[in-house]
Design a protein around this ligand. Structure first.
Ligand code: GDD
Ligand code: MN
Length: 379
């Protein structure tokens, strides 16, 4: 007698939840020697034996932090490594990505080295991720039970609020479900990190991961941002500017987004164009040559904004004089092309003047954008 055998259907989700987790804690450090012992002590107290753990410091210090770490590591029940970078790239975010690449566990927790992020939360971050089958678990100051107690001064609170609001408005979809995209404390599954897609730039590595790596599902756990244990914040005004550049880079990652920004910059160019036209015609110049000269003011304005904002990172491929000439030629070709194109649309396609002009504007705009990307600012 034969018995029919039905192979058990593997319950992938249940298997993943049941699997014992291990965690690599990645800590970026820049001159934090006075905080290391306390941090490792707090981690030792917090992480239970059933959660295998290793700590990877990625250090850009100019002081003796690496030696202090190696010394303190001798008293730790888990492996501790220090990756010291002689040529730091990407600042804090770049350091975190290096650490993630070196991590050996399925879960990675990123936290600061100054004890502002309570290590007691590490097991909960991982457990929550396992339970919810999430790719990313953010420790948030902005949900019930969380607070930013350790954020010193009303100025910093206001800046932090403004930055959070701006960032959430720029990435409503990618940051859906993340109340605290500025947090530097989170757990992420190694399998959810698209390391090659990342271009970390400064402090906001969580934002970088949420936008470019797009982890499968996100949950949050509240936390109280503590006071710094020792020393001072390493953030500077330059870091603020770097953050704005980071936002601009993330927001213009797709050609469509770049075209929109290109168009918006183009619209602002009308202002210098019209002001120059007004001044030149008032100075007695005939309106036709005045149009041509005034247009150059608009072109120059657009060029400066595009160099500073949109293609800031793509300037290295050509000399600035080369870029200027190419940009100006394209911008004026646009003008020269438009009239014959309108004539063509009217005579050959039977359009009337207004739709023909509108269509010609769109066509020359797209051509100019594509041309600018391909001929002036190579990726
Ligand atoms: N490797 C490396 N390289 N580490 C750095 C660098 C760097 O260039 N800059 C800072 N760090 C380290 C610091 O040594 C510290 O361990 C951690 O990164 C955070 O730096 P802080 O200077 O203490 O940052 P913060 O307290 O002002 O800001 C923190 O809280 C913010 C929320 O208010 C960070 O977690 C921010 O990411 C977070 O947005
Ligand atoms: Mn800090």
């Amino acid at each position: 007698m034969s018995q029919e055998y039905t192979a058990p259907v593997p319950d992938i989700e249940a298997a993943e939840v049941a699997e014992p987790a291990a965690v690599t804690i990645v800590v970026p450090t820049y001159n934090e020697s006075a905080n290391i012992r306390e941090l490792l002590h707090q981690i030792t107290e917090s992480v239970p034996a059933r959660l295998p753990c290793e700590v990877v410091f990625v250090d850009d210090s100019t002081d003796d932090t690496p030696e202090v770490i190696r010394e303190a590591a001798k008293d730790c029940p888990f492996p501790v490594t220090v990756l010291h970078r002689d040529e730091p790239v990407g600042g804090l975010g770049g350091a975190v990505v290096e650490g993630m690449k070196a991590a050996g566990s399925d879960w990675i927790v990123v936290m600061d080295g100054d004890c502002q992020h309570p290590p007691s939360l590490v097991p909960e971050l991982v457990a929550t991720g396992q339970r919810a089958n999430a790719g990313l678990v953010v420790a948030s100051r902005y949900i019930k039970g969380g607070s930013r107690a350790g954020l010193a001064g009303s100025y910093r609170v206001a800046v932090s609020r403004g930055a959070t609001w701006l960032t959430k408005s720029l990435f409503p979809r990618r940051l859906h479900g993340i109340s605290d995209p500025m947090s530097g404390f989170f757990a992420i599954r190694r399998s959810d990190i698209a390391a090659d897609a990342l271009k970390p730039l400064g402090y906001k590595i969580l934002l970088e991961l949420a936008v470019r790596s797009r982890p499968r599902a996100v949950t949050e756990v509240p936390f109280v941002f503590q006071e710094r244990f020792a020393g001072e914040s390493k953030s500077t005004a330059e870091e603020g500017r770097r953050f704005l550049r980071h936002l601009a880079g993330l927001r213009t990652a797709t050609p469509l987004a770049r075209m929109v920004v290109f168009g918006l910059i183009g619209l602002t160019g009308f202002v210098p164009n019209l002001v120059a036209l007004w001044a030149l015609t008032h100075a007695g110049l005939h309106y036709l040559p005045a149009e041509i000269v005034a247009n150059q003011f608009g072109v120059a304005w657009n060029f400066l904004l595009i160099e500073k904002v949109l293609f800031r990172d793509r300037r290295r491929h050509r000399h600035w004089a080369d870029r200027t000439v190419r940009f100006a030629l394209l911008a004026n070709a646009d003008l020269v092309l438009r009239i014959p194109l309108i004539a063509l649309l009217v005579t050959h396609f039977g359009l009337s003047a207004l739709p023909a002009t509108a269509l010609a504007l769109v066509i020359t705009f797209v051509l100019r954008f594509v041309g600018t990307e391909a001929l002036v600012y190579l990726p």
